[in-house]
Write a protein that binds this ligand. Structure first.
Ligand SMILES: *Cc1c(COP(=O)(O)O)cnc(C)c1O
Length: 428
């Protein structure tokens, strides 16, 4: 490590020699792994650049429409750029989505009808989808369940989709209209699903029921591979703009991409039947959405590099990690198992202390809307809750696993992780 940096880490943050030693060893181990991600980054940059050029993006697309927002060329051309990047027919990219959950919910409500069944094949979906489905939440909330939409789920078997059981259910239950596939781990102690695995899965589904909608929750997955689920047969996919694809620049929003008919139905749910995606003024955020997309291939890989370093250094420090630093990844999330509530909280507080914004704030567990357990969230971000920025969160439940993600620059992620580990190793 550069001597000046080492001295400053000691001087500013009291980082112990033991932590620095682990860091130097971990960095050596992960650097060999970076090469593949640099190649993915390079290719995705080319893909995004070319999509923008093909759509002839110019200054005039950084629109600031008002009112109905009819004919907002920035909005309409960003949709086409996304459709090119994702190699699919259609896209709906909007600052009007308040979060990834909102985009996912809109895609589901837009495409499911009473009597249909949604079938989750990779275990329980991400926590915030439970209230959408109607698994949790009391009373008459207008969940899918309230609208008479059924739900089935099968568990992962050794971390993989149970293909035989899935096929059996698909053959026997003709009400299945949509299969839910989650690429990222979410708050689950499992590997993210590689796009090649998603390809196999979709092939098996389509062989039995070609009319079923293969729906992918792509949150945290964008640009971690050279291909996306829509390159391998996903019909409909959604994600958040304050994760990978917003490049840390998008101030808010979400996207839905896929087959034209399915994206259109989702657009009728975002606005109303008839209006769809043709309305909606864009509050002057279009430049940020374009620029964020342009930076996203780079930023997403910065975040992955932070995750790799975190994986290796925490493993060297004696913690169980998932994935390991040399396992192929499909998202930016790093799981660390603490088996100890206090260590988990210290780690999250350390990430908070290493943030550029709100570094002086003590994060504490709280009852977050949409989540079943208390959650602690360390996030000192420029964009509130943005998890492409360095952040760590953890539901407060055994075995006390923290999920770290983000880092707009690898250098920042490194410092944050060192502060967090130092809290555990050297602060009592
Ligand atoms: C983050 C996330 C969501 C929800 O996104 P929000 O923007 O936080 O609402 C859904 N699914 C997965 C897998 C996620 O990681």
């Amino acid at each position: 490590m550069f001597e000046l940096t080492k001295e400053s880490l000691k001087k500013f943050y009291n980082i112990g020699e033991n932590v620095i030693e682990l860091y130097e060893k971990a960095l050596k181990d992960v650097e060999d792994e970076f090469k593949m991600y640099h190649e993915i980054r390079e290719f995705n940059q080319l893909k995004v650049l070319n999509a923008m050029q093909e759509e002839r993006i110019s200054d005039s697309h950084f629109t600031n429409s008002t009112g109905y927002g009819y004919g907002d060329i920035g909005r309409d051309s960003l949709d086409r750029v996304y459709a090119r990047v994702f190699n699919c027919e259609s896209a709906l990219v909007r600052p009007h989505f308040v979060s990834g959950t909102h985009a996912l919910g809109t895609a589901l409500f837009g495409n499911l009808r009473p009597g249909d069944t949604m079938f989750a094949v990779a275990g329980a979906p991400y926590d915030t989808l439970h209230s959408i489905i109607g698994l949790t939440g009391e009373g008459n909330t207008g969940s899918l369940k309230d609208y008479g939409i059924n739900y089935r789920q099968i568990e992962l078997n050794n971390g993989k989709v149970d293909m035989n059981l899935m096929e059996e259910i698909l053959r026997e239950d003709s009400t299945i209209k949509l299969v839910h596939i989650q690429r990222s781990t979410g708050y689950g102690w499992r590997n993210s699903m590689l796009v090649s695995e998603i390809r196999d899965l979709i092939d098996r589904i389509k062989a039995i029921r070609s009319d079923v909608i293969c729906f992918v929750d792509n949150c945290y997955g964008e640009f971690i591979d050279a291909i996306e689920p829509t390159d391998v047969g996903a019909d409909l996919m959604a994600g958040s703009l304050i994760k990978n694809i917003g490049g840390g620049i998008a101030p808010t929003g979400g996207y839905i991409v896929g087959k034209k008919e399915y994206v259109e139905r989702a657009s009728y749910r975002l606005t109303t039947p008839g209006l769809g995606g043709e309305c909606g003024s864009t509050f002057g955020v279009m430049r940020l959405l374009f620029q964020g997309l342009f930076l996203a291939p780079h930023i997403s890989i910065e975040a992955v590099k932070g995750a790799l370093l975190c994986s290796r250094i925490m493993e060297l420090a004696g913690f169980e990690v998932l994935p390991k630093y040399n396992e192929k990844r499909s998202d930016i999330i790093q799981g660390i198992k603490f088996n100890d509530k206090e260590k988990l909280i210290k780690f999250c507080k350390g990430i908070q202390a290493g943030s550029p914004i709100d570094s002086f704030v003590q994060c504490e567990p709280w009852e977050m809307p949409g989540y079943e357990d208390q959650v602690i969230m360390a996030a000192g971000a420029f964009v509130q809750g943005s998890s492409i920025e360095l952040s760590a969160d953890a539901p407060i439940r055994e075995p006390y696993i923290a999920y770290l993600q983000g880092g707009l620059t690898f250098d920042h992620a490194k410092i944050g992780i060192l502060i967090a580990l130092n809290k555990i190793m050297n602060e009592y």
